[in-house]
Design a protein around this ligand. Structure first.
Ligand code: VAH
Length: 313
C-alpha cells in the first residue's frame, strides 16, 4: 500500500486521486489530522506528530511507500516559528523512523523553492547555497539533509522535489506565499475584482498541478541508480509575475480587474529566486514540463467555470 500523509492539503488531496488512478483505489491510504467531510477509498485519521500511531498505520496496511505531504507553509509558518519547526520536523522524523523500522521501500519528501534565500540572484541552480528566510524554508532545508542522512546511513530510498508554487483547480492552498496564483482564478471566474498581496512585478517559479503530479510519480518510478540528488531536486514549470498571470486571464475574461496591496508576504517572495534551473531533473530522470501560462489559464478557467455559475461576458 501507499500511505499519503497530509491528504487534506492542496497537494495531498490531488495526489491521492492521482495515485489511486495509477495503482488502484484500494492501494492508496489517505491520512490527515482530521477526517474530511466526505471521502471515498481508505481514509485514516492520523496526527503525524504521534510516531507510534504513524508506525502502527504503516504496519496495519503493510505500507511500501510513504508520501509525506503534511507541513505548515511559508506564510502561516511565520506566525508561530517554533510550532512550525516542531510540526514540520517531528512529523518527518516519525516518517523517517517508521520507514526505517518497517522496511518501507520508498519515501517522497516535498521540498520547496523556499530553501533558497537572498544569496541566490535571479536563477537558483541545483547546488546553489541555501539560506532560507522563513521557518518553513529552514525546515525544508533541514528535511532535505535528514533525507540524505537516512539514505546514506540506512539506505532508506527517499526522493524529493523542490516544488515551486503549485496551481490547482481541485484544491485550495493553505497558508503559502504563492496562494495568490490560485485565488486569482477563483475571483476572475466569479466575476469579482482581485486584490493581490504581492507587487505586480514579483516573479516567482510556479508549476501547474498536472505537471507537478507527473514529476512526482516520474521521480518515484525512476530506477534508484538514476537518482543522483538525495537532498531535493530543483523542479521548474514556469515563472511569472502577478501582472503576467492577470494579463493571461484577461485574454479569456477581458473585464477581470486586479489591484495590488502588498503585505508581509512580499518580503518572503523577494527572498525567493525568480527562476529555477532544473537541468538535473531533466538529465537524471527525464523531467519535462508541458504547461505554459496560457495553457494553464485556459484549463483553470474551464475547470472553475464547471464549479461556479459561468459568469456572462
Ligand atoms: C508556499 N506554496 O507558498 C508554498 C510553496 C514555493 C511555495 O512552498 O509556502
Amino acid at each position: 500500500c501507499i500511505l499519503v500523509i497530509g491528504a487534506n492539503g492542496q497537494i495531498g488531496s490531488v495526489l491521492v486521486e492521482y495515485l489511486r488512478e495509477i495503482y488502484g483505489t484500494g492501494k492508496v491510504v489517505a491520512s490527515d489530522i482530521r477526517m474530511p467531510e466526505e471521502h471515498h477509498g481508505i481514509f485514516e485519521k492520523l496526527d503525524a506528530t504521534d510516531g507510534n500511531a504513524l508506525s502502527a498505520l504503516v504496519r496495519k496496511y503493510k505500507v511500501t511507500q510513504i508520501y509525506h505531504l503534511a507541513a505548515i507553509l511559508s506564510a502561516k509558518g511565520e506566525q508561530e516559528p517554533l510550532k512550525t519547526w516542531h510540526i514540520n520536523m517531528q512529523t518527518y522524523f516519525n516518517v523517517l523512523e517508521a520507514a526505517r523500522e518497517n522496511q518501507v521501500s520508498k519515501v517522497f519528501y516535498p521540498s520547496s523553492i523556499a530553501v533558497f534565500g537572498d544569496n541566490v540572484d535571479t536563477k537558483a541552480e541545483q547546488w546553489s547555497y541555501l539560506d532560507p528566510a522563513t521557518v518553513y524554508g529552514i525546515s525544508k532545508a533541514a528535511g532535505e539533509n535528514w533525507s540524505n542522512y537516512y539514505f546514506k546511513r540506512y539506505g532508506t530510498d527517499i526522493r524529493s522535489l523542490r516544488y515551486p508554487g503549485i496551481i490547482s483547480y481541485q484544491s485550495m492552498p493553505g497558508g503559502g506565499t504563492t496562494d495568490y496564483a490560485v485565488d486569482i482564478y477563483h475571483k476572475a471566474v466569479k466575476g469579482e475584482d482581485f486584490e493581490c498581496f504581492l507587487k505586480p512585478e514579483t516573479t516567482l517559479p510556479m508549476i501547474y498541478i498536472s505537471d507537478a503530479m507527473d514529476a512526482t510519480v516520474r521521480l518515484m518510478e525512476a530506477p534508484a541508480e538514476k537518482i543522483a540528488v538525495r537532498t531535493g531536486y530543483n523542479l521548474a514549470g514556469m515563472s511569472f509575475s502577478p501582472q503576467e498571470i492577470a494579463a493571461s486571464i484577461q485574454k479569456v475574461i477581458p473585464h477581470f480587474n486586479i489591484t495590488y496591496k502588498p503585505d508581509f508576504r512580499q518580503q518572503i517572495a523577494e527572498s525567493w529566486p525568480a527562476e529555477i534551473d532544473d537541468s538535473h531533473a531533466r538529465k537524471d530522470w527525464g523531467w519535462r514540463p508541458t504547461y505554459t501560462l496560457d495553457k494553464m489559464t485556459e484549463e483553470m478557467i474551464k475547470e472553475l467555470r464547471k464549479k461556479y455559475q459561468p459568469v456572462k461576458h
